[in-house]
Design a protein around this ligand. Sequence first.
Ligand code: ADP
Length: 205
Amino acid sequence: MIKNPYLGKFIAFEGLDGSGQSTQANLLKDFLVSEGFKVILTKEPTKDSQAGKEIRQVLDKNTLVEPVYLQELFIQDRKEHLENLIIPVLQQNNIVISDRYFFSTFAYGVSDGLDLAWLMELNSAFLVPDLTFILKVRPEICLERIKKRGSAQTLFEETQKLEKVWQTYAILPNHIKNVYIIGGERPINEIAEEMKSHVHLKLNL
Ligand code: ADP
């Protein structure tokens, strides 16, 4: 995996669906913009690439594909995301905040039966974010929040699947640098304050 060689900073938010990634990514963006930085907020899978569109069909359960093929789609989408958006922004000394990046595909891929070392190898040519936050929220709380947001049904099997996904997120800080697990069951503003202090301490922003 490649260390960011550019002047700009790359921050990623990860966690289970409903853990508050979008909420926190938006708050951090607003804060950094108010401090005078130029910030691009983006998301994986992307909406623009052909691979991203195919991934959404799978995630929306409109199509079923093999787990390995799904990972290949994520790789293609990520490659285009980096080339077309992330790297150009970093080259201009600006900040990229991504709502999900490769950590999600590791965690969900392992829960689909794939090997973590293989998934990491598949992503070895990609940039590692300067800072990654993984929001830790229990699956049952995530599912409750998703339900309130008005999407998806709460199923017992889903809780078990999400427990498995979490087990991989939990060990990623042992494998990749600058990854922090943040307690995400606290009030939104309290979490946002912790993000700001990490960003200040680690990235000098
Ligand atoms: P994600 O992007 O991880 O799927 P969202 O940011 O969309 O999650 O949050 C899911 C739902 O939970 C939203 O309705 C959001 O307002 C709510 N939410 C986010 N963070 C918190 C929090 N710390 N406490 C309570 N509810 C939250």
